[in-house]
Design a protein around this ligand. Structure first.
Ligand code: F6R
Length: 622
């Protein structure tokens, strides 16, 4: 989704803003823009459609925009088509046709989020003499701030607060006021925004990588708070306009973790970082030889009281839930429901007493997952969030939080955060099983050891790269790919199929192998690629039979199985082996060849692997 950046300090702002925007490119965008002001001079706005490099070229890397204070934006269209007029920054006055140039306006701003009642507000502003040059909700919100600023002759913070009371929706807003040179103002509700400070410099951004090169000292501005930023300082205010204290937090990620580090793409770098992400995540919760989830605030009493779980998430995080469902039900004997957050939020889910709602999210900002969390909280059900981004909205609002330690994930298609989430859910399963008296000490140790062996097994699964690269190149022109499996293998298929379709643009489907003959098998033609995931010993034969049915109709078969299951070769045309692990935890090793297959297919097709079309890293709108 949109990315916003801001800077006020002692260096030229534009190059810093452009660099920050480049670090937010992964969020997805269709246009970009900057507003920079030099001392008391009017802010100068420049916008460009398409890639950020267009804006970089137009401004000669920022050199044409002198000034030490500015804001920048990458836009992912929600209201209004992608165009220069709709690109941010937006202004309170009437912009020129292209939207670029010095602006007379009192307020200039950028916005990430959606203003739900923007039409009603637009009418109100039209009635009060305002004119609109774009189709965006952002222009409406900036003009609304301007309206209150002038009508009540109040300062920026009071004008922003009046706006916050009036608008519905989500926003992270960064504004500059003509009368307040060298200062930035910002506010947020349900959209991510962080503020970083260094000696004589202050930064704002939608996400940490944008400012990591300059500072690790950040403030997480809270919902419905606003802030005034001056060089090296940040002051926070509540809705009444009273100054409030916000704690300064130190980011422990290093800047290198957010760079490509010699890899061609972030995705392949992040695929390789998985053993480390899993190891770090496990190390954070296995202390003195035992799983310890107490940092989340969950007590043994709470875990013992849980009689059923409802896992809610979107996309790959939902696939983690699907895998966890098999593991938790099998190890703990507790019923588990797995819900898509976008559905859950609009249902009246019947959750029994002693339920625990588990929300899984890498970004911690996914709008549907956040809404689902609030739904569960308002029903009085305890909530646990499994989150990667520290201080994100879901992390702050959940009753309990377990942080995955995947580090910054830049590629739009998740890999290392998925793997870190998976092990966190396995650990939760083992801990729940123990507290429910389902594991004796020997079995507890066995599962814990099996978890600790995963990083090394994942490392070995990565060794198969060249064969998969060759296979991917051979099938890069496939029209359809089917991923089939049973039980836990079906959950692995769901993630393998999503990885493939989102970055290779090849239509793919994950199917429970036994379901094929109830309709979908009619799609199998000569040469259709069918990938059978075969890690669950008791189910291998059955899935192999389903693969054989596909082969008889012309399919080309790839089998993915644990070392030693050589009989798969009798049916499959191409077989990939992964290290054996405890059956519950196979997802962690089996997903690696599927991620690599998707990655190399996308590379073979010459596609934008890290930023696939139409997708955004952090889906902060419905
Ligand atoms: C797919 C992918 C998405 C996310 C989904 C949820 O590769 O990354 O499906 O898993 O958008 O995002 P988070 O985990 O940030 O809530």
């Amino acid at each position: 989704m949109c990315g916003i950046v801001g800077y006020t300090g002692k260096q030229p702002a534009a190059p810093i803003l452009l660099e920050g925007l480049s670090k937010l490119e992964y969020r997805g965008y269709d246009s970009a823009g900057l507003a920079v002001r030099s001392g008391d001079a009017l802010a100068e706005v420049v916008k460009a459609t398409g890639k950020l490099k267009n804006l970089i070229e137009m401004t000669d890397g920022g050199k044409t925009l002198p000034g030490l204070c500015g804001i920048g934006h990458t836009r992912w269209a929600t209201h209004g088509e992608p165009s220069r007029a709709n690109a941010h920054p937006h202004v309170s006055g009437n912009a020129t046709g292209s939207g670029s140039g010095p602006v007379e306006s009192d307020v200039v701003g950028v916005h990430n989020g959606i203003i739900e009642n923007y039409e009603e507000l637009r009418q109100k502003l039209l009635h009060n003499g305002y004119r609109f040059y774009s189709g965006t909700d952002t222009e409406v919100v900036i003009k609304l701030v301007d309206y209150y600023y002038k009508k009540y002759k109040i300062g920026p913070i009071d004008a922003i607060n009046r706006m916050m009371v009036r608008v519905r929706g989500s926003y992270a807003l960064a504004l500059m006021f003509k009368d307040y040179p060298g200062e930035l103002y910002c506010a947020r509700k349900d959209s991510p925004l962080i503020i970083g400070v260094a000696d004589g410099e202050t930064f704002l951004a939608s996400d940490v990588p944008a400012i990591l090169k300059y500072t690790r000292e950040v403030y997480y501005i809270d919902n419905l708070q606003s802030a005034r930023l001056c060089p090296g300082e940040a002051h926070f205010f509540d809705l009444n306009g009273d100054e409030v204290a916000v704690p300064l937090t130190t980011i422990t990620w290093n800047a290198e973790a957010a760079e490509k580090g010699g890899y061609e793409h972030f995705m392949i770098k992040e695929i390789h970082e998985q053993p480390r992400a899993v190891k770090d995540t496990l190390n954070s919760i296995i202390k003195d030889g035992r799983i310890d989830l107490s940092a989340s605030g969950m007590t043994t009493d709470l875990l013992q009281s849980v009689k059923n779980l409802c896992i809610v998430a979107c996309g790959s995080a939902w696939h983690v839930g699907m895998a966890a469902q098999y593991v938790i039900e099998d190890l703990c004997g507790l019923p588990v429901r797995v819900e898509l957050a976008s559905e859950f939020r609009y249902r009246k889910p019947v959750l029994g007493e002693n339920s625990l709602v588990v929300v899984i999210s890498q970004s911690g900002e996914t709008a549907d997952s956040l809404a689902a969390l609030r739904e569960a909280k308002s029903a009085g059900i305890p909530t646990l969030a499994v989150i990667n981004v520290v201080g994100s909205t879901i992390a702050r609002e959940a009753d309990h939080v377990l942080y995955t330690l995947a580090g910054p994930e830049i590629a739009v298609a998740t890999t290392k955060a998925y793997s870190a989430q998976l092990v966190m859910l396995y650990a939760l399963a083992v801990e729940l099983a123990e507290t429910h008296g389902k594991l004796d000490e020997e079995s507890y140790r066995f599962y814990q050891d099996a978890l600790l062996k995963l990083p090394e097994q994942m490392e070995r699964a990565l060794e198969n790269k060249e064969r998969i690269q060759w296979f991917a190149a051979k099938h890069a022109n496939a029209r359809d790919i089917f991923f089939i499996g049973r039980g836990l293998d079906y959950a692995i298929c769901l993630e393998g199929s999503l990885k493939m379709k989102e970055i290779s643009y090849i239509h793919s489907e994950a199917y429970a192998a036994g379901e094929l003959k109830h309709g979908t098998i009619s799609l199998i033609e000569n040469g259709t690629l069918v990938i059978g995931v075969l890690t669950q010993k008791a189910l291998i034969e059955k899935t192999v039979s389903n693969m054989a049915e596909c082969k008889a109709r012309g399919a080309y078969l790839m089998g993915l199985t644990g070392y030693g299951n050589y009989n798969v070769e009798e049916t499959a045309n191409f077989t990939v082996y992964v290290p054996n692990t405890d059956p519950h935890f196979y997802g962690s090793v089996a997903i690696i060849p599927l991620q690599l297959l998707a990655y190399y297919t996308s590379v073979s097709k010459g596609l934008d692997v890290d930023k696939p079309r139409n997708l955004a890293k952090s889906v902060t709108v419905e």
